[in-house]
Ligand binder design. Sequence first.
Ligand code: GUN
Length: 293
Amino acid sequence: MELIEGKKVAAEMKKEIAEEANSIKASGGKTPHLAAVLVGHDGASETYVAHKVKACEEVGFKSTLVRFEEDVTEEELLAKVDELNNDKDLDGFIVQLPLPDHISEQKVIEAIRPSKDVDGFHPVNVGRMVIGLPAFVSATPAGIMILLERYKINTSGQNCVIVGRSNIVGRPLSILLSQKTPTANATVTVCHSRTKNLNEVCANADILIAALGSPEFLTADMVGEGAVVIDVGTTRVKSDKTKSGWKLKGDVKFDEVSPKCSYITPVPGGVGPMTIVSLLKNTLLASKKEIYR
Ligand code: GUN
């Protein structure tokens, strides 16, 4: 079994991104600039956004954090999105999800100008990605594709099973893996809560991706010998062993599954760091106007 060390790959990629940002600045170009909008004080969202801001600092990007209290109105939030859309210094921005129930996430996502949508959540970016046009691709699926590539894991003709059909991970990843490109070409099955014979479907996978957000859902009996397992889960569970009082748990029961795998991503240190670095990459693409001219 070999560990897929996302943390290591992300560190290498950050170095590459920092070098490129430096050379842009050295030749008189503008510093790439990412903004993050955070509503409320959800612990996980606070941590994710803090990581994104810190990552910007590490690669020499400018970052702006825009905070709103939980009771911000949809109108106020949409007005801020409009302002960020028109901010000439800003290359891209994200609105951290989830949003409070009184705000329509879809409305907010659709208000973001596609050329600044470095999360790749806007229907224009999703649609462009689906038909293979240049697009901002959602960070977690993009990060998983990079991991498979960097570890030279063959996907062509392989039986890829994705458990979870979210708009952020499962669905876009299913499209990327099935694309007609040398680093994809997989046969993809998307499983969800209504899937029949889920254990059997999973056990037949060459590459198995758990992206349903249910801690330790995937057990050894659901994994075939020699499978590649990608764990996208990052659920906070209570722990009396950590200072914070919680720890991150993946969707895979790592201790019993890992001995059966050819490759597996750990949690933490697997997919998570790749999500952040993919966002940086999208911001760099935005600053270079490589997707939208
Ligand atoms: N919430 C969980 N993951 C993400 C993400 O990648 N982007 C945003 N904006 N919100 C999230």
